[in-house]
Design a protein around this ligand. Structure first.
Ligand code: UDP
Ligand code: MG
Length: 313
């Protein structure tokens, strides 16, 4: 089980029955040319089609299949693949034939210089309804995280083993792996990769999922900045609010002392109350996020696991 290999390929798949066979063929050609010891880990993220059947039909001891009980999302699938991986280098790619296995040797070359290498689909073959929001997303993520790469969301990435073992994914965090790795102190490089249009099956990621993932950017930012001392920011805001409330109250008290009536200013009090309550709720939400994030995120249920079968033998 813990035997080391040169290379692990991790492929998250959700309803890719029409693609996995061909993807395996393409991977096999590249891997045999490389002449390295390797494994291909398919994480079937609760597919409802014949993905699992198609995978089981491939007779090759390099293939490992882990099947989830239901669809948990790409981040969970990658996280599981990372945990299982035994290769010194780990490559992830999408299972829809949009990423070309021919690029794998280039990733390995670049990994001589960097701890992780992110693919950049410079000529992306997806509809504008996806590429435009994605451009905005990348620009903002670049600005906020300070990691200067073009394409955070590209599923084609390469890692040295210790990176995947030390970066924890949660929610839709697969988009932020370059940032998470950078914050841990790992070096992040980038290479341009070829991108093919999707021929079989449908994309599972529309604008809604990108927007959802976008909220994660706020969490990621706070996670990085205030992970160790959340009280330093939440407490700071709290003190500021209390301080301003004291000033306003002092003002009201002085009016009262001067004999000016303050009874007709309930709106003022109400606005203070709402401000304070609002701030409380934001802080609580963030604290909740931080606590959830420190939880073990591997709470997926595995239905089938090639590795367990290996142990039983
Ligand atoms: N995927 C997954 N779980 C999901 C959604 C997608 O494992 O809940 C896989 C999917 O099968 C594919 C990869 O993640 O291998 C990228 O998904 P997709 O091609 O739909 O995204 P896009 O390329 O359109 O952004
Ligand atoms: Mg795709």
């Amino acid at each position: 089980m813990s035997d080391k290999l040169d290379l692990s390929i991790v492929v998250p798949v959700f309803n890719e029955g029409e693609n996995v066979g061909e993807l395996y063929n393409q991977l096999n050609v590249v891997l045999s040319r490389l002449g390295k010891t390797s494994e291909i880990i398919f994480v079937d993220d609760g597919s409802m089609d014949d993905t699992f059947k198609k995978l089981k039909a491939i007779k090759d001891s390099k293939i490992k299949i882990v099947r989830f009980q239901r669809n948990y999302g790409k981040a969970a699938a990658l996280s599981c693949g990372f945990k299982k991986s035994r290769g010194n280098f780990v490559i992830t790619l999408d299972g829809d034939l949009q990423d070309d296995p021919k690029e794998i040797p280039r990733f390995l070359e670049k990994l001589e210089e960097y701890d992780m290498v992110s693919g950049w689909k410079s000529k992306r073959h997806d509809p504008v309804s996806k590429t435009l929001p994605s451009k905005l997303f990348n620009a903002l993520t670049r600005y906020i995280t300070g990691v200067k790469i073009h394409d955070f969301n590209c599923g084609f990435k390469g890692y040295r083993n210790y990176v995947v073992k030390n970066v924890r994914l949660y929610g839709e965090f697969h988009r932020y792996i370059p940032a998470l790795a950078h914050w841990k102190g790992y070096t992040v490089g980038e290479i341009e990769v070829e991108h093919h249009p999707r021929i079989h099956g449908k994309s599972k990621y529309g604008v809604e999922r990108l927007l959802k993932g976008f909220l994660d950017l706020i969490t990621v930012t706070f996670l990085n900045l205030y992970k160790k001392r959340p009280l330093h920011i939440f407490g700071g805001i709290g003190f500021l609010l209390i301080f301003s409330a004291i000033i306003i109250n002092l003002h009201l008290v002085s009016l009262w002392l001067m004999g000016i009536k303050i009874g007709d200013r309930p709106l003022l009090m109400l606005s203070i109350l709402i401000t304070v309550l609002g701030a409380q709720f934001i802080s609580l939400g963030l604290i909740g996020e931080l606590i959830t994030n420190s939880r073990n995120n591997d709470d997926y249920i595995i239905k089938y696991d090639s590795y367990e079968l290996e142990n039983d033998r």
